[in-house]
Design a protein around this ligand. Structure first.
Ligand code: AMP
Ligand code: MG
Length: 336
């Protein structure tokens, strides 16, 4: 059953996968309006709810197992739906096990270190799910489109010679390989938005007063660099989709579809990890039974030796007696 679901999920997300070593031209290879086999938004809502439930379950097991961490990398242009994706993906999971980090223009302290330093500081621990809202990939995106960012990085001459970007791709791939070899599963999502849909979303932010805060004049300035961004996105996808940390290009023109697709890719990664609740050894189980006996001996007069067990037994009997009896029994039950 689980295997079947895993297979179905793998097939469902296959159109989004950038195969390691393949050359990507974003505009040619991926359609922002693609909606796979989901015909109606209504079906999408059901899938989203199911996906969220399953994610919550997996997250509990991931935390209990405490062996693997999961890093979700979110990259996109403005208004592609990064924030909404985070909101939806995270609703329902235990907030203790999830950390979201956004990355803005680097601070003076951050510029005083190697370019991966600030991202390394915010990696999730074992058992945690971390989300990068923008990520180390900005180092080959905005930094490339606006080279003055690179000038600010105080790099030695030697690090600026030759093809800086090819070198960064390699360094990022090496870093991610090291991390995934040490227990971090990296899930990379690129939310692919069309130019016209971005224009519509910007206008919506301008038209709705409650959404004005989301709009910054800088966003329109970046939009003027649309073609350059498409080019650097394509190159990023071509050079940094690896066996150990592949990219998924998520069609983002329909928000609801983008969310389902993102959830499916994350769910698939967790399914592959297949985290399990730890079980105790036979010897430890014996030890626990001895402690249980001692606690039972401490029961005060009139109290059940094991109140939890007594309550479970009472519920079992009530269920056997039928629904009506059950209701009465619950109403009269101790501790309710
Ligand atoms: P936002 O995520 O919309 O709040 O904006 C954050 C801004 O920080 C964006 O304009 C990014 O391009 C910019 N930013 C993020 N990382 C870097 C970086 N490494 N170098 C320069 N700018 C960055
Ligand atoms: Mg912004």
């Amino acid at each position: 059953m689980a295997d079947k679901r895993q297979k179905r999920l793998a097939e469902g997300i296959e159109p989004f996968l950038v195969k390691a070593g393949s050359e990507v031209t974003l505009s040619k290879d991926f359609d922002p309006r693609f909606k796979a086999g989901v015909k109606k938004k209504k079906d999408g809502v059901r899938l989203l709810a199911e996906g969220k439930e399953r994610l919550a379950e997996y997250q509990a097991r991931l935390a209990a197992q405490d062996t693997w961490g999961v890093l979700i990398v979110l990259q996109a242009l403005d208004a592609a739906g990064k924030d909404g994706t985070i909101r939806h993906v995270m609703s329902g999971v235990n907030p203790q096990g999830v950390k979201v980090n956004g990355f803005k223009v680097p601070s003076a302290e951050e510029l005083g270190h190697d370019f991966l330093w600030r991202y390394a500081q915010r990696l999730p621990a074992r058992g945690e799910i971390g989300i990068f809202n923008r990520s180390h990939y900005e180092e080959v995106l905005v930094v490339r489109v606006h080279p003055e960012n690179l000038d600010r990085q105080q790099l030695p001459e030697a690090a600026k010679q030759g093809d800086v970007w090819k070198r960064r791709y390699r360094e990022i791939n090496d870093w991610e390989r090291y991390l995934s070899g040490n227990g971090l599963r990296i899930v990379k999502l690129f939310l692919n938005l069309s130019k016209e849909e971005q224009r519509t979303r910007f206008l919506r932010r301008l038209d709705l007063p409650d959404h004005n805060w989301k709009f910054s004049a800088g966003d329109v300035k970046e939009r003027a660099h649309w073609d350059e961004y498409q080019k650097v996105f394509s190159e990023m996808l071509t050079h940094t989709s690896t066996e150990w940390a592949p990219w998924y290009v998520i069609p983002a023109d329909r928000k609801w579809f983008g969310r389902i697709a993102s959830l499916a890719v994350i769910g698939h990664a967790l399914m592959e990890i297949d985290p399990q609740f730890p079980t105790v050894s036979r010897a430890r189980r014996q030890e626990l039974l001895e402690i249980k006996e001692s606690l039972e001996e401490q029961a005060p007069k009139g109290a059940a030796a094991d109140p939890f067990e007594a309550e479970e037994e009472r519920k079992r009997k009530a269920r056997k007696a039928g629904p009506n009896h059950g209701d009465q029994a619950v109403a009269a039950g101790p501790g309710d």
